[in-house]
Design a protein around this ligand. Structure first.
Ligand code: DQA
Length: 152
């Protein structure tokens, strides 16, 4: 049987605080809950996943660099770095892997400074506003993308 495609799920700053962080905006699921749900859905979809979170921009850049050649796709919620980080955008462009950007909240419904995403420039697509379910939607989209690219 062919090896399961590997998807790296990256979460940026403050997402380790999910569950207690502004639950009215981000919901009550913890990051551990989200990671566990992703692992279960990934198994059903025939994907291997690795879930990581960091509050540090440099650490996230390092992990994205390492993903080139080691992973088949990236799902990322860059947190506030979405709106500020050219370094993360550049790392994602260099990684040259299918990327799906995820946000729990609908960033377009919120403050103006959240409306722009540097990261979207590297993304195949963006899922926002569906809470924790957005990560599972991203996994489904990633599975379809990876199957299509295998068939191409
Ligand atoms: C977020 C939205 C960002 O604007 C914010 O800084 C976050 C979380 C989301 O998942 O909705 O930390 O990425």
């Amino acid at each position: 049987m062919a090896k399961a495609p590997k998807v790296l799920i990256l979460n940026g700053p403050n997402l380790n605080m999910l569950g207690t962080r502004q639950p009215e905006v981000y919901g009550t699921a913890t990051l551990d809950d989200i990671d566990a749900a992703c692992r279960a859905r990934a198994e059903e979809l025939g994907l291997e996943v690795e879930c990581r979170q960091s509050n540090g921009e440099g650490e996230l850049v390092g992990w994205i660099q390492q993903a080139r050649g080691a992973a088949d796709g990236i799902i990322m919620n860059p947190g506030a770095y979405t709106h500020t980080s050219v370094a993360i955008l550049d790392a994602l462009l260099a990684a040259d892997l299918p990327l799906i950007e995820v946000h729990l909240s609908n960033i377009h419904k919120r403050e103006d400074f959240r409306h722009h995403s540097f990261v979207s420039k590297a993304a195949q697509g963006v899922i926002c506003g569906f809470g924790a379910r957005g990560y599972l939607m991203a996994l489904e989209a990633m599975a379809a993308t990876l199957v299509e690219s295998q068939e191409a």
